[in-house]
Every structure is written in structure tokens, then in C-alpha cells.
Unconditional design. Sequence first.
Length: 223
Amino acid sequence: MSGREAILRRVRGAMKVHAGDTGRAEAVQARLANAPKGVIPARGQLARSERVDLFCKMAAKLSASVERVSASEAVPASVASYLRERNLPAALRMGADPRLVAMPWNQQGALEVKSGASDGNDEVGLSHASGAVAETGTLVMTSGGDNPTTINFLPEHHIVVVDAADIEGDLEAALERLRARFGKGEMPRTVNLISGPSRSGDIEQKIILGAHGPRALHLIVVG
């Protein structure tokens, strides 16, 4: 008998549970399938337009800059404007997200759009959020070839596009959306929750932006 089995046998003995207890197994499966919901804060339980307003407000409080555009076709011009205003190179790195690829990048003249994961030498990265949480101004970022996780953390400037329709009031609703999108057994390997640019207060208790990732986070809310 392995050490693991010995430990589990002692635990079962102390709980007076037998390995073949089908009734207990069924009760556990029923609990997992119908897990009760916890307390949901009221702050994010708003109408769609108010929810988007709250998300933008909370994200700005966390030192992110926010711009709103009416349609995805306006995103390339918004990105180009962001680069010009900050005197950044006319170049960015993004993944293969079909929503980003379909945007009219060729209308921005000399703007260079590089594809694939970042190797750490990109000044600006562009991602598309899977969703967002209004009550905390948090982005929900899923890993994969569409939006490589390296783009979330390696460039100095991270620009994230998020659809207004994907902004949920609370984290629980955002996670439900995630499960509905991918389904059991198909979840992405990594889900990053990003609230504002990277920061640290370890040195003399002073907040430093960009300590462990991008020092600037710019959000483009579409719709």
C-alpha cells in the first residue's frame, strides 16, 4: 500500500466513510452540479449602459486610461492616436484574435502590426479581452494563440480592446460567461484577471508603476 492510500484509508476511517459508499458519491456529484451562489454585491447589478460606465470609472481609478469608440472599425485609428500622443514607435504586437485581425489596420499608413507572442522586445502590445468586471474595473484575459499571455506582461504599454457587451457586473457572472464560451474540458490553460497597470509598493511603500509588467494600460471599449 502506498503512503497516499494509507493516509486516505485513515481519513475514511475517521469519517466513518467507505470507498464504496455510492450514496455519498451521488451527494457530492449533486452538490458540484448545483452549487449554491454566494452573496453578489449590488454595485455591479446595473443596466448595460450604467454597467459600462461603472467599468470605465473603476478602471480609471486604477490608473488605466480609457477610450470609448462606437465600432470596432475605429480601433486602429484609436491605437494610432495613442501611439502618436505618447511619442511611441508606430508599431505594435498582437495575436491572431479574429476580431483584431479583421480591423482595418492598413488604413493607418506606416503603422507596423506584428503577429504572435511577444519576446520581450515590443514597446506596445494589443490584446482583446474575453470579458470584464464592472464592479472592479477588471479585465478577463484568456491565454492562447488568439491573445498570447506574453503580450499581457512583457510590453511597456498594453492596449486592450473590450466589447461593451462582454462587460459583466460582477466576477461571478464573468466566470459564468467564460464557462459558457469554452465549456467543460475546453477551458484555456490560463485566465489572467488584470486591474490596472503593473504596480508595486515594496520600495519605501511608494507605488511604482511597471514593476512587474506594463507601466501603462490603455482600454478601448467598443460599443
